[in-house]
Design a protein around this ligand. Structure first.
Ligand code: PLP
Length: 389
């Protein structure tokens, strides 16, 4: 039978390269091959026991039905508490929506504000899903690249603005560079968004992962009172509490936008998982020790990796946050070829910068133990130096 013609928007979508590489890694692992997996952005820590217990208790209380589409009131209140505690921002539960992961919250936000033909500015290097999310919403991704990758080049953003610009997506701490934009960069950007009446979608999923206490990540909406009502803040429990599989993300923003996002979600997925929502309440209100433990461990791994890259003369961005190191392999190697060889010949899974709109670079995720990192670095250096011989 002849194949049906599919929607143009979805037909043009490529699957997430990160998950494709992960599938290949799993295939190799199934064959018994030891793979050093520095590909996926998933903490190698476990969800805290008290969070798991809260989930089990919710099951036995029979909280196993649909919840309010917008999320349980208890969880939205806990999220409001988190914004007050961590970001000095006051939100009402009506200004919060809970989704199936930050990814869905992002999709809902973009789909709700972006009309066909609207332009959405995305800063490169960017998280791989942003441009596709914008395209799916009928919008046009406008990519703005800084001269120096770890900086936020507000002047270039300003130049990219047209009458069709609707919003800008900001991600700090950044995936893949690990950059943390400072107060001045964000304030300057904020002023530009005010002047041109642009919305800001601020993806703050890595806010707890920072390694320079002099450059603590700012929540964009907290930078200036004038920015709160033009900002949709995206966050979630996936990274902060090692809960990637629970699928709980959220968005805070003006009530009229959150209300429409809720209508959209009601037709897409209804509420997020009831049990996961109960677990997320415990994660947000309970002991925050896991965060400190993860940050301590990631900081140690990051210092080791950067030291090794430095000694090998591999150019890289010194990360201040998230859990990635972005290093440059060009002109010596093509980044896709480098990652292919690393996986096929050295059993090290990495992510080519092409996935993040930045060919020539490679992303390394330090979410595996130090012993594996040491061996992976030895192999990375082996391929790197093989071209010098
Ligand atoms: N935003 C960024 C920048 C990410 O790196 C990720 C996951 O890798 C997400 C959002 C998605 O988070 P979640 O697992 O909660 O959907």
């Amino acid at each position: 039978m002849e194949k049906f013609k599919l929607s143009r928007a979805v037909e043009s979508l490529e699957p997430s390269v990160t998950f494709e590489i992960d599938a290949k890694v799993k295939e190799l692992q199934k064959k018994g091959v030891k793979v050093y997996n520095l590909n996926l952005g998933e903490p190698d820590f476990h969800t805290p026991d008290e969070v798991k217990t809260a989930a089990m208790e919710a099951i036995f209380r029979n909280e196993t039905k649909y919840t309010a589409v917008q999320g349980t009131l208890e969880l939205r209140e806990a999220i409001c508490g988190k914004f007050k505690r961590d970001n000095d921002l006051i939100y009402k539960p009506e200004e919060i929506i809970v989704s199936n992961g930050a990814k869905q919250a992002l999709y809902l936000a973009v789909r709700t504000v972006c009309d066909v033909g609207d332009e959405i500015i995305i800063l490169a290097p960017y998280w791989t899903s942003y441009p596709d999310i914008v395209r799916l919403a009928g919008g046009k991704p406008v990519i703005v690249r800084s001269e120096i990758l770890r900086l936020l080049d507000v002047e270039r953003v300003r130049k990219a603005i047209t009458p069709k610009t609707k919003a800008i997506i900001v991600n700090s701490p950044n995936n893949p560079t690990g950059a943390v934009y400072n107060y001045h960069e964000l304030f300057e950007l904020g002023m530009v968004t005010c002047r041109h009446n642009i919305l800001v979608i601020s993806d703050e999923i890595y806010e707890n992962f920072f390694y320079n206490s002099n450059n603590k990540p700012y929540s964009f909406a907290s930078i200036d009172p004038g920015l709160r009502d033009r900002t949709l803040t995206i966050n979630g429990v996936s990274k902060t509490y090692a809960m990637t599989g629970w699928r709980i993300g959220y968005c805070a923003g003006p009530e009229y936008i959150i209300k429409k996002m809720t209508s959209l979600q009601s037709h897409v997925s209804s509420s997020a998982c009831s049990v996961s929502q109960a677990a997320a309440v415990k994660a947000l209100l309970g002991d925050q020790a896991l965060i400190r433990e993860m940050v301590r461990e990631f900081n140690m791994r990051k210092s080791f990796i950067c030291g090794e890259l430095l000694r090998a003369g591999i150019p890289h961005i010194q990360p201040e946050g998230a859990y990635y190191v972005f290093f440059r392999v060009e002109p010596k190697f093509n980044s896709i070829e480098f990652c292919r060889r690393m996986l096929d010949d050295f059993q090290v899974a990495l992510n080519p910068g092409d996935t993040f709109g930045t060919p020539g670079w490679v992303r390394l995720s330090y979410t595996v133990g130090l012993d594996d990192i040491k061996e992976a670095m030895r192999r990375i250096k082996a391929l790197w130096t093989s071209k010098e011989k």
